[in-house]
Write a protein that binds this ligand. Structure first.
Ligand code: COD
Ligand code: ZN
Length: 374
């Protein structure tokens, strides 16, 4: 079948809207009619050439839609089901899934392959040229073939144009505070980067009862939003690490925050230094951002780390048990206890996808842009 999709042919080029050809879903796969997809910073990393991703590719990994057709052997889904697509699949059988770490599922090894789980492709250009899948779900397309292992079913009355953000950013950011470390009542929290993900780390900390939540960003506009999501204090990062850490110390009785989160993924020499040096003795620094693949290391002093008995932790998909946690977060949202609408600064059409990335680059326009297909 034909589908309109946004293709990235090479790094640092605009996405091109074209009709592509999609093969029917194979065993264990679904054809999904996309309702909406968020624009996440990870796709900007790909556009910038930060990570080794095969091109041309159909980007987008924060989508939700309606099942149009199911492949052979699919039993959990039927035509008409509403689904949120996750940027990672989980097989449920490998040792990582059994250890309760579906975010580390063995299938993740194929994530950047550009193929489906069986190593083949379902998409090509209208002229028959090669196209790569992105994270198995390529959501910048009216229709997409996806593994059933990448889909989470939701009720028919859940607004897909909002909860699509749970397929990546909202769950990752929320999970960093809720699952990776368990922020608790009275804790102090420092969040560097108040974008689509960081705002969710802030709101998870607030829901968990943190007493002090300090948000750091380079843009005032993001810090205004951070307050809406539960930040108690905000600091503008003027690229002076010592000054920012000094302000964090002033706000935390001179000791630092119990938890420091890095949620930027760019300028990591600066952002990790703020998160790490702003973390209290014995506290934990959580690194959410994935930097450019050739970044040599992180600015963590091997003098300070052991002497202050700090922990530095990486996190992927917020350590979410996503088949279980996403329905839970949908429930919180539907009960009005989790903010998602407030994250969405604008809705765009697929044709406006490059505007979405321009606004993300500008940094001060919107927390999230959502592309709507219907
Ligand atoms: N200091 C403080 N804040 C900064 C700085 C800086 N030097 N530079 C930019 N910022 C702010 C921006 O103003 C913006 O508010 C925020 O950082 C970034 O927000 P977004 O909305 O552009 O980005 P997100 O939230 O969509 O993504 C951030 C990630 C860290 C997730 C992303 O960059 C990344 O590394 N993704 C891969 C990691 C991952 O697990 N992703 C999940 C799958 S996508
Ligand atoms: Zn993402």
């Amino acid at each position: 079948m034909k589908s309109k999709a946004a293709i990235l042919y090479e790094p640092n080029a605009p996405l091109v809207i074209e009709e592509i050809e999609i093969d029917p879903p194979q065993a264990g796969e679904l054809l999904v009619k996309m309702s909406a997809t968020g624009i996440c910073h990870s796709d900007l990393h790909v556009i910038q050439g930060d990570w080794p991703v095969p091109m041309p590719t159909v980007l987008g990994h924060e989508g939700a839609g309606v099942v149009e057709q199911v492949g052979e052997g699919v039993t959990r889904f039927n035509k008409g089901d509403h689904v949120i697509l996750t940027f990672l699949p989980a097989c449920g059988h490998c040792q990582w899934c059994h250890r309760g770490k579906p975010n580390l599922c063995d299938l993740g090894a194929l994530l950047l392959s550009g193929k489906m789980l069986d190593g083949s492709s379902r998409i090509k250009t209208a002229g028959g040229g090669e196209l790569n899948h992105w994270l198995f779900i390529s959501t910048f397309s009216e229709y997409s073939v996806v593994p059933e292992l990448s889909a989470v079913k939701v009720a028919g009355d859940v607004p897909l144009e909002k909860v699509c953000l749970l397929g990546c950013g909202a769950t990752t950011g929320f999970g960093a505070a809720w699952r990776t470390v368990q922020v608790g009542p009275g804790d102090s929290v420092l969040v560097v980067g108040a974008g689509g993900l960081g705002l969710n780390t802030i709101q998870a900390a607030a829901i968990s009862g943190a007493s002090k939540i300090i948000a750091v960003d380079i843009h005032e506009e993001k810090l205004v939003l951070a307050k809406k999501f539960g930040a108690t204090h905000t600091i503008v990062n003027n690229h002076d690490v010592t000054a920012v850490v000094g302000q964090v110390m002033e706000l935390t009785e001179g000791v630092g925050a119990d938890y420091g989160f890095e949620v930027v993924g760019e300028d990591t020499d600066e952002t990790i230094a703020i998160a790490f040096n702003g973390t209290v003795k014995g506290g934990t620094t959580v690194i959410v951002g994935v930097a450019k693949a050739d970044t040599p290391g992180i600015p963590v002093s091997p003098f300070v780390l052991p002497l202050f008995a700090k922990t530095v932790k990486g996190t992927l998909f917020g350590n979410a048990q996503f088949q279980y946690d996403i329905p839970k977060l949908v429930g919180l949202y539907m009960e009005g206890k989790m903010k998602i609408d407030e994250l969405i600064g604008q809705e765009l059409t697929l044709e406006q996808v490059n505007k979405g990335f321009d606004d993300m680059r500008a940094g001060n326009k919107v927390a999230r842009s959502v592309i709507r297909f219907d």
